[in-house]
Design a protein around this ligand. Structure first.
Ligand SMILES: Nc1ncnc2c1ncn2[C@@H]1O[C@H](COP(=O)(O)OP(=O)(O)OP(=O)(O)O)[C@@H](O)[C@H]1O
Length: 303
């Protein structure tokens, strides 16, 4: 059975279309990533799927339950970690966990098995108020709280935003282990490097899904030749590229700019000629990653 089925969901806020005809499915035991920048519509979709907000059009189900008709059962059987800090800052680590267990009519002891790996990392701070934990610790505690009633589906809205790189890595390792236990996970992130850790991803921009597939298949579909270009005067380089009409896309990527050309491979020599005024120019072919696919699709949609 599919864990989540989303069918043509539309949601408007006044003039803003937060979700524009969104459809996809998440399988049981799948780690599915919703990748997109701020304002893409990720949180709105989470709120609809966790029954906190009603869509204008379309339908969806979670574990076969309808998000409108069966909202009470869904609330009992899913785990949700909202984007912002969702814990009670004045309650200790331990008290937060007991509180969440109680509202789901269970006990920490009954389901400790599921959270053990994660909780042992924050247990030394069990007496500390949640508001005084580090960012990474808060996220681990929030994940424990979202898991304490053994949900079949987990909704994690930007769980690693603002968290240090080591904690981010640990957090994703935890998600991999939860997935292996059969829990379906829908997780949103603005970080492209996290996309590759998902079984499948949906690339989202301004309420629309631009692509859905495995990260590898998305990258493999990127057929355009891609160049990495850099020079000390990055601003002047960007300006030159912006004014060159053969440039199909150009965007900052680490210390380089990544560039595709309308004329493709044949345009490389003309591009070199065009940029010959930069005496420290570096220009070489490079391989696309998922971020390139996302940027390319974004620019394509924009045009
Ligand atoms: N309650 C609301 N009232 C008005 N506009 C809203 C409301 N909620 C969301 N929006 C708008 O809908 C769009 C999508 O917002 P949403 O929060 O779902 O995006 P997001 O991808 O989660 O980004 P972020 O990480 O910034 O929350 C944005 O333009 C946002 O301003």
């Amino acid at each position: 059975m599919e864990a989540i089925v989303i069918h043509h969901i539309i949601k408007q806020f006044g003039d803003v279309t937060a979700l524009n005809d969104v459809s996809f499915t998440v399988n049981e035991g799948e780690l599915f990533g919703l990748i997109g920048p701020d304002g893409a519509g990720k949180s709105t979709l989470f709120r609809i799927l966790t029954t906190l907000l009603v869509a204008d059009k379309g339908s969806a189900s979670v574990m076969g339950l309808d998000i409108v008709k069966d909202y009470k059962t869904i609330r009992r059987s899913v785990g949700y970690m909202p984007g912002r800090f969702s814990l009670y800052p004045d309650l200790s680590t331990e008290e937060n966990l007991r509180f969440f267990a109680t509202i789901f009519n269970t006990t920490v002891e009954a389901n400790y098995d599921l959270i053990r790996d994660i909780y042992v990392q924050i247990e030394p701070f069990k007496k500390r108020p949640a508001g005084k934990l580090s960012g990474g610790m808060k996220q681990k505690l929030a994940l424990c709280c979202a898991l304490i009633h053994k949900p079949a589906v987990l909704f994690l809205d930007e769980p690693t935003t603002g968290v240090d790189p080591v904690s981010r890595k640990e957090f994703w390792e935890m998600l991999q282990r939860l997935k292996e236990r059969g829990i379906a996970i829908l997780v949103s992130t603005p970080y492209m490097d996290e996309a590759v850790l998902c079984n499948r991803v949906a690339l989202m921009q301004k309420g629309r899904l631009m692509d859905i597939d495995t990260p590898q298949d998305i990258v493999d579909r990127f057929q355009q030749p891609l160049w990495a270009v850099s020079a000390a005067d990055r601003y002047a380089l960007m300006e030159q590229l912006r004014q060159y009409d053969d440039v199909a896309s150009s965007y900052a990527f680490g210390e380089h700019l990544h560039v595709t050309l309308k004329s493709g491979e044949a345009g490389e020599e003309r591009l070199r000629g065009r940029l010959s005024g930069f005496n420290d120019l570096q220009l070489f072919r490079t391989r696309a990653g998922i971020e390139d696919c996302f940027m390319f699709l974004m620019q394509e949609q924009h045009q």
